[in-house]
Design a protein around this ligand. Sequence first.
Ligand code: NCD
Ligand code: ZN
Length: 349
Amino acid sequence: MNKLTITCPDDWHLHLRDGEVLPDLVSHTARQFSRALVMPNLKPPVTTVEQATQYQHRIKEAAQQAGYPDFVPLMTLYLTDKTAPSEIDLAVEQGLVGVKLYPAGATTNSDAGVTHIEHCDSTLARMAELGLALLVHGEVTHQSIDLFDREAFFIDEVLDPLRKRHPRLKVVFEHITTKQAVDYVEQSSALGQGQIAATITAHHLLYNRNAIFQGGIRPHYYCLPVLKREVHRQALLAAATGGSNRFFLGTDSAPHAKHLKEHTCGCAGCFTAAQAIELYAQAFDSVGKIQQLESFASFNGADFYGLPRNQGQITIEKKPQKIPANYVMGKELLVPLNAEESLEWSFLG
Ligand code: NCD
Ligand code: ZN
C-alpha cells in the first residue's frame, strides 16, 4: 500500500500563539487539518469567553490571509481558581469546545493555572451539567515527585478523585505519555465509568526519552510531559493503533523560536505541525496498522466531542521527504522536530 486516502483529519490539541506569527503557524495546520482545538495558554492566558472568541476571530483572519478560509479553529477556555460557573454557561452559548486545566506551574504559560482543583468544583459541576469537556494537562507539580513520574501520580492524586466527585464530567486526558495513562483510560471505559478519552502526540508515538540525549542534548525533542521510557511508547502505540475510539490525534505542536529552544533554559514544546499527518503515518506504519490511522485522526475525536465528522479527504503517500532545517515564524526561525531528517511518508493534499 503506497497511497492512503482518508477523511480530512482534525488536530485536537494545538498551540497557535498569537499576533504576527499567527498566519505562519496556522497555515501549517490548515494545510492538513479541517479543524484544530486551540490551546489557551497565551500571555496573558485566555481566561474569559470574550477573549476566546476574539482570539478565534484573529485565527480565522490569519487563516484567510494564509489562503485557508475554510479552516475552523475550535476554542478552549483556560481554567483558573476563579473561573465562575456563569462563564461556563457563556462558553457553551458561544460554542467553545472545552475548558483546559493546567496545574499551576506544570508547563509553558501555566502560572495562572489551578492551584487546587477543589477550588473549581462548582465550575466543574456546571461543566458536567452542560456537557462541556474538561481537557487535562495531567501532571502533578510538587518538587518531591520525579519529573518522569508526574503523570502517573496525577492519575491517583488528582484525576481519579476529580472524576469520582464529578462522574458525569466529560474528560480528555491530554497528550498522554505513560502506560499508566493508557491503562486508566482503557479501564475506565471498559468499566463504563464516565466519559474519558485521551489525545496522543506523534512524537510520543515515535520516540522514547533517549531521543532527548542522542549524541548530546537535543532541545527540539524536549516537551512537557517529557518523553518517557520505551515501555510507555509501546503502550501508547498499541493504544493509538488498537482500534479503541477513546484515543485520538492531538499533535501538541508547540512552536517556540529557535533561540529560545537552543538556550541555557530551553522552552518546552516540539513543533510538529508542518509534517503532522506524515509523522503519525510513520508511527502507525511501523506496526503495520496504517489502516487504523483514519479513525484515530478523523473520527474518534469528532465523535467524542459530539461534532460532525469532516466531509473532505486527504491523501498521503509512502514516498520519502526531507524535513526542512527551519521555518519562518514572524521575525524568528522555528526548528521542527527531527529537522533535516528523512520521513517515509509525504502529504499529497
Ligand atoms: C506547550 C507550549 O509550549 O505551549 N509545551 C509543551 O511542551 N507541550 C504547553 C503544553 O501543552 O504543555
Ligand atoms: Zn499542549
